[in-house]
Design a protein around this ligand. Structure first.
Ligand code: CU
Length: 490
């Protein structure tokens, strides 16, 4: 394996990071490394907080038996009203955007039959799922138009906020952009015993950005001359409309009570730093991989593409009639606004935030049997720029790492510009960020943001299944332009 060697390399990367921070025209100054670009809408955009927050439909199993629950989802084109008065063509699971929410149970086998009625092949991945390889949505395990596939999820994993989305090689960006994403919530007995807000006060919020043409369509930048040259958007596509559960800057009326908000950044390339205005506490109780050991109050919560955070907001801290905005501190103008809560009434609240939420085992680096280095950078791919891991583009015929089943490994991830890195199969803990150990007890994650010119060390144990999986950048434009690597659990 190629590794990051010594200070010279690191100093060089730090310089590149400065370039990225000073980027002009969407490029890093020193490297010409492309940064995400805003795609500007030509449609008239609604005033913020004019549209009520929709909640995705909860899917019902088509049948259940002693061993499993069975769901059927049809991927199909549909037209929906996203901007008031305009029809927007989408591709949706069951024609919906977001797709139906699946609520499943830890340890209960869940089989999802995906039928493809779209004019293009698809792949479905359960993000955060501990899934056998044949159902994990390897990027070339295509479901052709007219075909269907049963994805089998044993769900031998703890309660967590997962999501499912398209994962087709080279086309994940456009296909998710068109609407192929939805929530998949796993519950378990341990979580059920806690007095956390539930029912109508347990609200999934799928946050993403899109742009709209005057006719209501959500165009996605074309690939002018083949893979790898989606210039100038190869750094990532940003929309100028912030959608929550598929609605632009929506509003939600709430009781003066605690709410559990399941925040998911389902954007292609936009990172959020979420905060309440006029101020307030977001108490983090869960990460990508389920409940934390203990609640962690925060003023802001940062989410890179693919990441989730479960937070509690206690609206009893406000008065009836107050408006509480959820804002993105990294956005500008309308992109700094996400949604707005209005405190409508006093109400009884039997919920609580227990001081102990769960038990999180700390993985011990001394137990690691291997340490591997992965460097995420742009590079030349024969005349055009591509996104590479250890200098190589994704190649389905190549396996870059062969961890052994049951073994603990440390993976050292280094960036040029920011990359949110997602590991399939194996939940991990962050050991260090830029050489510093993160504060607080460990959390289970499946996606971690590498900031510019940064090294993040993660530790994981490969359990459950042997076979072929991927690790990749979850900036979907980077992913589509080859920033993906295959590992095989042996
Ligand atoms: Cu990336």
């Amino acid at each position: 394996m190629t590794g990051v060697t010594g200070m010279t390399r690191r100093q060089a990367l730090r310089l590149l990071g400065m370039g990225a921070a000073l980027g002009v025209s969407g490029c890093s100054l020193l490297t010409r490394t492309p940064l995400p670009q805003l795609l500007t809408s030509t449609a008239p955009l609604p005033a913020p907080y004019a549209v009520p927050l929709p909640l995705p439909a909860v899917a019902k199993p088509s049948r259940t038996d002693a061993g499993a629950d069975y769901y059927e989802l049809a991927q199909r084109p549909a037209e929906v009203e996203i901007l008031p008065g305009l029809r927007t063509p989408i591709w949706g699971y069951d024609g919906q955007f977001p797709g139906p929410t699946i609520r499943a149970r830890s340890g209960r086998r869940t089989v999802v039959r995906v039928a493809n009625s779209l004019p293009a092949p698809t792949v479905t991945h359960l993000h955060g799922g501990h899934t056998p390889p044949e159902s994990d949505g390897f990027p070339t395990d295509l479901v052709q138009p007219g075909a269907r596939r049963d994805y089998v999820f044993p769900l031998e994993q703890r309660a967590a906020t997962l999501w499912y989305h398209d994962h087709r090689m080279d086309y994940t960006g456009p296909q998710v952009w068109r609407g192929l994403a939805g929530f998949f919530l796993v519950d378990d007995d341990d979580q059920d015993k806690l007095p956390l807000p539930s029912g109508e006060r347990d609200v999934p919020l799928l946050i993403c950005d899109r742009s709209f043409q005057a006719d209501g369509t959500m165009p996605y930048p074309a690939r002018p001359d083949g893979p790898g040259s989606r210039e100038p958007f190869m750094g990532g596509v940003l929309g100028d409309v912030i959608l929550v559960n598929g609605a632009p800057w929506p509003r939600l009326g709430v009781d003066r009570a605690r709410y559990r908000l399941r925040l998911l950044n389902a954007s292609n390339a936009r990172t959020y730093e979420l905060a309440l205005s006029p101020g307030g506490t977001l108490t983090r109780i869960g990460s990508d991989g389920g409940l934390l050991a203990a609640p962690r109050p925060a003023r802001q919560v940062r989410l890179a593409p693919g990441e989730r955070a479960d937070v509690i907001v206690d609206f009893a801290a406000y008065r009836v009639g107050d408006h509480v905005e959820l804002r993105n501190l990294l956005g500008e103008g309308p992109q700094a606004q996400v949604m707005r809560f209005t405190v409508e009434r006093d109400a009884r609240d039997d919920s609580a935030i227990p001081a102990t939420l769960s038990t999180v085992e700390r993985l011990d680096p001394a137990a690691a049997t291997a340490t591997r280095d992965f460097e995420f950078s742009s590079g030349d791919l024969g005349g055009h720029t591509g996104w590479l891991i250890n200098g190589k583009p994704f190649d389905v015929r190549r396996v870059d790492a062969r961890p052994k089943l049951g073994q603990v490994e440390v993976w050292r991830l280094t960036s040029d510009v920011a990359h949110p890195v997602h590991l399939h199969l194996a939940p991990f803990q962050v050991l260090s960020v830029g050489g510093e150990r993160p504060e607080g007890p460990p959390e289970w994650k499946d996606t971690v943001e590498l900031r510019e010119a940064q090294t993040v060390e993660i530790i994981t144990r490969f359990t459950g299944y042997r076979g072929r999986y991927v690790m990749h950048c979850h900036n979907l434009e980077h992913e589509d332009m080859a920033m993906m690597s295959t590992f095989e659990v042996v």
